[in-house]
Design a protein around this ligand. Sequence first.
Ligand SMILES: Nc1ncnc2c1ncn2[C@@H]1O[C@H](COP(=O)(O)OP(=O)(O)OP(=O)(O)O)[C@@H](O)[C@H]1O
Ligand SMILES: [Mg+2]
Length: 394
Amino acid sequence: MQELLKIRGLTVRFYTYEGVVEALTDVDLEMGRKETLGLVGETGCGKTMTALAILRLVAEPGRIESGAIYFSPDGDKEPVDLLKLKEAQMRAIRGSKISMVFQEPGAALNPVYTIGNQISEAILVHRRGEVAAKALSSVTRKLKEGEGLLGTLFKPFRRLQRRLYSDISRSERAFIPRIIGRIPLIRGLLWRLNSEAAKIAVEMLKEVEIPDAERVAKQYPHQLSGGMKQRAVIAMAIVCYPKLLIADEPTTSLDVTVQSQILELLDRLKDEFQSSVLYITHDLSVAAEICDRIGIMYAGRMCEVGSAEEIFKKPLHPYTRALLAAVPEPGKEPRPISGSVPDPLEPPPGCRFHPRCTKALDLCKYEVPGMLEVTKGHLVSCHVIEGGRVAGSD
Ligand SMILES: Nc1ncnc2c1ncn2[C@@H]1O[C@H](COP(=O)(O)OP(=O)(O)OP(=O)(O)O)[C@@H](O)[C@H]1O
Ligand SMILES: [Mg+2]
């Protein structure tokens, strides 16, 4: 597996008035290129926190205490530890190499701007050079065609525009266009940038299979259905062709048919843009549908990682088994997991799942199990498995 992301010993704590919340403890995880990895677990187990830590967006009073997140967007270069980057370097990665789609599409959209405007803005931030190149070729064409009185009248402006667009297309942070872009009246000279970005925005809406994209681009978020909004948010997240797309429960607020359409869409986009997807869900059956590998989390720790097939056919961790038994299936009575997720202010010692585990040993109550690679790529953190006691039995 060619590695894109390697997380080692990631620990996140929240320092609250009630005490210290152990949001993530010593999490290890790997992701390959062009791979879809599912992160599954009950509420509060640290799925979103893992994603936020990757983007370094853990908000106060949360703190990334220790660990490393090695990211290698360009296969030939040395991986960088995201946790060691300066904030400015991290900003350059966020939304360009790594982007995220959140659970609630409404929250990611600004209600006072049209959908087209919001996507154009993302395009102008992440693909300014490409947009400027398009604007340049259009203004050059106009200069060539420029005959008649109007053409002659506009010639000096178009020459100036050509110069500015060619500057931006050579360097996205070109000095003179940047200054001009900030001066009210004169910044109108750069209007073609907006109109080219708007054209790309419509293309992106078509890419995420929004029918009548031209019309939708002119609409405001409240005029769209939940599924359409989520598609628009996905369009915004992929404008920069991210190497890693994080989707945090993107389909939970949608009905079942729309859910499966969105899953298909993500799968197609992943292939088309050669991205990897970190898919967060509490629903194992959804993960099974689209993921190559699955990581199961419990109370801030990773308890099992393996290929989707192994997780379903040979689940090892008692928690994974319990999650699988809880998946509703026709003709089978789902068995909900007894007990509840522990209080993150006081996680149980030893294996955090031991109070709910039917197979728990004495050892589980005080010693944290290590990660054991049972078969290639299938890792589990469980004393019972380590002792070879439940392997193969139920
Ligand atoms: N602002 C905060 N203050 C204190 N604790 C927090 C804060 N944000 C998150 N946490 C804690 O971090 C832990 C992990 O939360 P996280 O949001 O990652 O869970 P999750 O797996 O995404 O759950 P869900 O399925 O409900 O989205 C939880 O125990 C939560 O209580
Ligand atoms: Mg979450």
